[in-house]
Design a protein around this ligand. Structure first.
Ligand SMILES: Nc1ncnc2c1ncn2[C@@H]1O[C@H](COP(=O)(O)OP(=O)(O)OP(=O)(O)O)[C@@H](O)[C@H]1O
Ligand SMILES: [Mg+2]
Length: 333
């Protein structure tokens, strides 16, 4: 299962994603965390031993990742694979495990082995004036579209501010989107704008009201957010400030304030099992759209034609399970 935290700049996406990662890592054997923000702050917010070292940045190694995921596929016949290319049965896939080859190589794992963190990374000097973050995100798109996570797996992503998620195939990658919203008009507007441009994502989009410190704040949120969409309210916490002032024990106090909301987030995530066939259909139509919009012209080729039509995620899952039983790595068979 995959969840993304979205919202306006400064609303508390990273704080909330880090809190939910900690919450889940206390209840679950392993959590895969993804920092998909151009300003990567998740590592700092997790305060977990072992994550301090610099990790690979997926944005920098996207070519390597895509090459690995390509596996032995023959349907591309010399054409490039891009972030939205749907997999083939000959692709390599990824599982949510610290020993998965991609996760082991490109993430950092906490000292207790419970959290692995993947980071897309930020701009480099060489990007100034010319790079687009969506290009950096293409490795992460391919990663998600080849990730065979089950209902028992937990993947939690922190994202860029605003409604950017709708502009890439990451919009279909997550089982639920949770907007972190402050009780202000500007913060709410980002959520409302998202629903306006992506009404098809409304069903899997929810809200956490953050930094709420009065009944008026709650009323303000409820004026604009349907009650069933509101997963809970997190107070404007004095504990977080105490923690940031150096009082280590204050992080636990803040966690207690977040816990009832996180219980609701988990319940909501569990109520949305993925339909892999819908996922594949959305991926195929998204890929065709980006091909027609610009990729075909850029490459001078039709990139979405003659791809493996036999492919289905349940078939890929069955194959990798068989390979796993044989004690082999989860690579193309
Ligand atoms: N419930 C809360 N109570 C008090 N302070 C909070 C709360 N949630 C977040 N903050 C503070 O608000 C600031 C912004 O939080 P955070 O970095 O999580 O936001 P963000 O949405 O990830 O921002 P960005 O868009 O820059 O990535 C931080 O200083 C954080 O400590
Ligand atoms: Mg952030």
């Amino acid at each position: 299962m995959r969840i993304a935290f979205l919202g306006k700049g400064g609303a508390g996406k990273t704080t909330t994603a880090a809190g939910f990662i900690r919450y889940m890592s206390k209840r679950h054997p392993f959590v895969l965390a993804v920092d998909a923000d151009v300003n990567a702050h998740l590592k700092g917010a997790l305060h977990a031993d072992g994550l301090e070292d610099a990790a690979y940045e997926l944005g920098e190694v996207r070519g390597e990742i895509i090459e690995y995921l390509k596996g032995n596929r023959t349907d591309l016949v010399g054409r490039d694979m891009v972030g939205t290319t749907p997999p083939s049965l000959q692709s390599n896939f990824i599982t949510v495990s610290p020993s998965d080859p991609i996760i082991a190589k490109y993430s950092r794992t906490s000292g207790d082995g419970k959290i692995s963190l993947l980071t897309v990374g930020t701009y480099k000097e060489s990007d100034v004036g010319g790079a687009c973050y969506h290009v950096k995100l293409s490795g992460l798109q391919a990663f998600f579209h080849h990730l065979l996570d089950g209902e028992e797996d937990i993947v939690i992503a922190d994202t860029t501010a605003g409604t950017d998620n709708v502009a890439t195939s990451l919009s279909i990658a997550y089982d639920i989107n949770v907007f972190v919203v402050e009780p202000t008009r500007k913060s709410l507007q980002v959520y409302l704008d998202f629903l306006t441009v992506a009404p098809h994502l409304a069903d899997k989009t929810y809200v956490i009201a953050n930094k709420v410190d009065s009944p008026e704040d709650e009323l303000f949120i409820l004026k604009h957010v349907a009650r069933e969409k509101l997963l809970g309210l997190v107070p404007q916490s004095r504990h977080l400030k105490r923690f940031e002032q150096g009082k280590k024990e204050a992080l636990e106090d803040f966690m207690h304030e977040q816990e009832p909301v996180f219980a609701r987030v988990l319940e909501t995530l569990q109520s949305k099992p993925r339909n892999w066939d819908h996922y594949l259909a959305s991926l195929r139509s998204t890929h065709t759209k980006v091909c027609r919009d610009w990729l075909d012209e850029y490459y001078g080729l039709r990139l979405d034609e003659n791809l493996d039509e036999e492919f289905s995620y349940p078939k890929a899952i069955a194959r990798t399970q068989r390979a796993n039983v044989g004690g082999k790595q989860l690579v193309a068979v």
